[in-house]
Design a protein around this ligand. Sequence first.
Ligand code: UT7
Length: 325
Amino acid sequence: MSTFETVIAGVGGHLPERVLTNAELAKSVDTSDHWIKSRSGIGQRHLGADDEATSDFAVAAAWNALDQAGLKPHDIGLIIVATVTPDKTFPSTAVYVQQKMGVPPGIAFDVSAACAGFVYGLNIAHNFISTGQIKHALVIGAEKLSCFLDWNDRGTCVLFGDGAGAVALSAAEPLTAGPHQGILATYLSSDGRLAEHLYADGGPSTTGTVGLVKMNGREVFKNAVEEIAGAVFEVTERAKVPRSEIDWFVPHQANIRIIQACAKKLDLDESKVIVTIEKHANTSSASIPLALDVGIRDGRIKRGELLVFAALGGGLAWGSALVRY
Ligand code: UT7
């Protein structure tokens, strides 16, 4: 079987227009800007409008990624959308992305791994590309979390936001000289024993409703620090790359204290960490590609640099990817 490298050809992000600041939120929920900022690092979040669906955010991010990659919809053979807020129970949000972008018939499906969804999608796409089945793919993390937040639960509603991030991936022949390019290693894990710590209390086959987000914040926090840091150790070991060579840590953006604790465990200076939580809040599967997009567009992340992505969320599910950008 042929072996190709999976390179990130383009990255794009999209945030809906409406911004809800902590101060504004504190008018309707028993909280304060000070509490939210000091406990989570969040200053504001973007919220989708009533007539916007997850696929709309996904499409906007995907166009930006395709533009950057210099690719057209007809180049794409695989679309993976990581989301827990699909447009419809079925079909997948990925087929709506395919429909709206005019991507010809090919493989399109969703991945449900909550905040770890983007790294799950990246791993799956890498398997298609490295084995020569697909030349170009879109992996998109897209969420309209505002539609199933309990706006009376201050323990959850202050933390999340809407948005999407996308990467266009391409197959590349391995270089005859120089380091490997693109995705160097991935790692995924889930532990269903911890499912009750973060979930939505509804579903088509149980309540027949979408449900609302429920979280045991302290338990998720503890697991996040442990498993996100562990997932970074795992991919660097798998790729046999010393952690000191990491140029950028692009973590899931759930809590600034989780990010800082992970960076400390990994001996990574905070100047090497991309942080967007203040402006974006936690956008679940969209948070890593959105942060990647910010880091690339503001000129910090450059071609050839070594990036590590890592996330944990509902499942609990977690994972990581080591990438030479
Ligand atoms: O993306 C998926 C992964 N998600 C995460 O990784 C999130 C992980 N968890 C967290 O980020 C943190 O646990 C939270 C930000 C959710 C909470 O921070 P915490 O430091 O763990 O606070 P806590 O839940 O222990 O609550 C401390 C206090 C409580 O009051 P008492 O019992 O000490 O009187 C809460 O009732 O803060 C209270 N509280 C609030 N106060 C003002 C909880 N939420 C709020 C709020 N505003 N929004």
